[in-house]
Design a binder for this molecule. Sequence first.
Ligand SMILES: [Zn+2]
Length: 221
Amino acid sequence: MQNEFRLPSQDKMITFREVTVQDALDLAQLNPKFEEKSTSWWLTNLQDGDVYPAKLWSQEDRIVGLLYLYFLTQDDVQRRVSYTCQHCGESHTFSADYGALAKNPLNQFDQWPTAQLQDEYQLNPLTGEDLEELEMLKLQDPAPTDDQLRLQVIAKRLRTEPAQLAKLSLTKYISLMKEAESKLEEIRHGIDLTVSHICPTEGLDSQIALPFRANDFIPRV
Ligand SMILES: [Zn+2]
């Protein structure tokens, strides 16, 4: 397998070297609770040649990178996935081929994708650095509420401060959120983690968004 891949967010090639046991041992020193931090470490330290820190990659780049590195070291890239069926109400389990998904990347951009919102904001993909900061927030005690987290996420996507957004009128904030939601499609890239599965009882199709946990794709020794 080629050990080189292109970041979907920009015209940049990343080369990985071979993964050693020592790499896995070094990684094990990081607290597994810090999944994003571990991801940054893993994707950065395993690069060969010119290193492009994974903190600067988009969230989507990081998923592709993790899958890619995983395939370099594993033969079996199937994972069991369960979901509750909307047709029969039962739980179904099937084997999802993450390997096949990674071979069919969605949009690739030559330059970092952005979308214009209400003339004053630019919608961005989340970066590895954003994800690390959000992870720290989620691990705080007390944990932030869903609304607080959503504000943090949108602030990062718009490259502004949460305090600035908090000053907006509620009407304006809600319309901004709606517009951001609708424009996410414009900056979508990386891998489509949606697969279809046929209910064995009813014979009807469901679209399943496959779960992606970084910890499932970085080795723990
Ligand atoms: Zn079913």
